[in-house]
Ligand binder design. Structure first.
Ligand code: 13P
Ligand code: SF4
Length: 341
């Protein structure tokens, strides 16, 4: 699969926040959560949290889910205020879907290395090289990039979105090269060109760590987020029988939860950001989970603390807004995805 651009030093494009240690006692956490709920009631606010959020933030949320489910929850809410405990592109997606509501992102440092990998200018240059291509953008992109795209997708529905596009149409898939490889393999399409971006966290989930975890726990089912740096190696090994194909799955974070609920397996190796372990251990106390990489932490996600959620609800800042014209064009790509979902 050809890639259009080489030698971009993606890591110079963002500043990683330092992960702050919060040392609240259980009683302080309880009081802060109570304050959050009080404020949500006063403001008629809904609090949406991603699976990678801190456990105490997940616990106070109205919904904890993956990018797809969170955008669906945002799309149908009657609340006046949406507090997005996630990262910037997620809050932006809510603001695009609901331009008349107040969308809060409690810490503006909550960016995303993957979303930083492509600008609208870069996308336009790329499109000019293959003008008849359909552009499919991962939800981890800016509103301005979505505005230049035909379809949006998430890790939960990328292959479904791509399969809905006529087979003879070339596709520019962006910005995640690993997800692009999974989609090309799952859909069997040769005419997908993937952008060479990646998530700095998932890239560090490596083939050798998969080998190591399977050596230690040979009976696990292997659940990998399709952004992981090990996906090509794992897909190849699943094909040649080196990895047990029937026990290797590429799933969104929500997909992992659904899969585990339906699986008779008792042990799982989990390749994604560690925040998901909170929901996994809470929902499935009699199953065992082993992280493939126990350092996989997203510093952007961890900027959101209970204190910042409280401050955000008290002051109704920082608000995320998208310029009307960009929002209108980005919404077309998101709506196409939501219709398919
Ligand atoms: P999900 O949509 O699978 O939750 O993934 C979002 C994300 O940012 C993964 O890094
Ligand atoms: Fe972005 Fe990676 Fe963090 Fe997901 S884990 S929000 S892709 S930086």
């Amino acid at each position: 699969m050809a890639t259009p651009v080489t030698a971009i030093d993606f890591e110079t494009r963002y500043t990683l926040p330092i992960i702050e240690k919060v040392e609240d006692s259980p009683e302080e956490i309880r009081q802060k959560q109570e304050r959050v709920r009080e404020l949500c009631k006063e403001r008629n606010a809904i609090l949406l949290a991603h699976h990678y959020q801190r456990p105490e933030v997940q616990e106070v949320a109205d919904a904890v889910a993956d990018s797809l489910k969170l955008s669906q929850a945002a799309a149908k809410t009657n609340a006046d205020v949406i507090v997005f405990c996630g990262v910037h592109f997620m809050a932006e997606t809510a603001a695009i879907l609901l331009p008349d509501k107040i969308v809060l992102l409690p810490d503006l440092r909550a960016g995303c290395s993957l979303a930083a990998a492509i600008t609208p200018e870069e996308l336009l240059k790329w499109k000019a090289k293959i003008p008849d291509a359909v552009v499919v953008s991962y939800i981890n992109t800016s509103a301005a990039v979505k505005a230049e795209s035909d379809y949006c997708c998430t890790s939960a529905n990328a292959s479904k979105v791509v399969s809905s596009i006529p087979a003879d149409q070339p596709i520019l898939f962006l910005p995640d090269k690993f997800l692009g490889e999974v989609v090309a393999r799952q859909t069997g399409r040769a005419n997908i060109v993937a952008y060479p971006g990646y998530c700095h966290v998932h890239k560090t989930i490596r083939p050798e760590q998969v080998v190591e975890i399977l050596d230690e726990h040979p009976d696990v089912e292997l659940l990998l987020h399709p952004e992981c740096g090990c996906v090509s190696s794992c897909m190849a090994k699943a094909m040649d029988g080196t990895l047990p194909q029937s026990r290797t799955f590429f799933l969104s974070t929500e997909g992992m939860l659904r899969h585990i609920a339906a699986s008779p397996a008792k042990e799982f190796a989990v390749g994604t950001e560690l925040g998901i372990l909170h929901q996994l251990t809470k929902k499935f106390p009699d199953k065992k989970f082993y992280p493939v990489n126990s350092n996989a932490l997203c510093a952007f996600m961890k900027t959101i603390t209970l204190d910042r959620v409280i401050a955000s609800l008290e002051t109704l800042t920082p608000q995320i807004r998208v310029p009307e014209e960009i929002g209108r064009r980005a919404k077309r790509a998101i709506d196409r995805m939501l219709e398919l979902a």
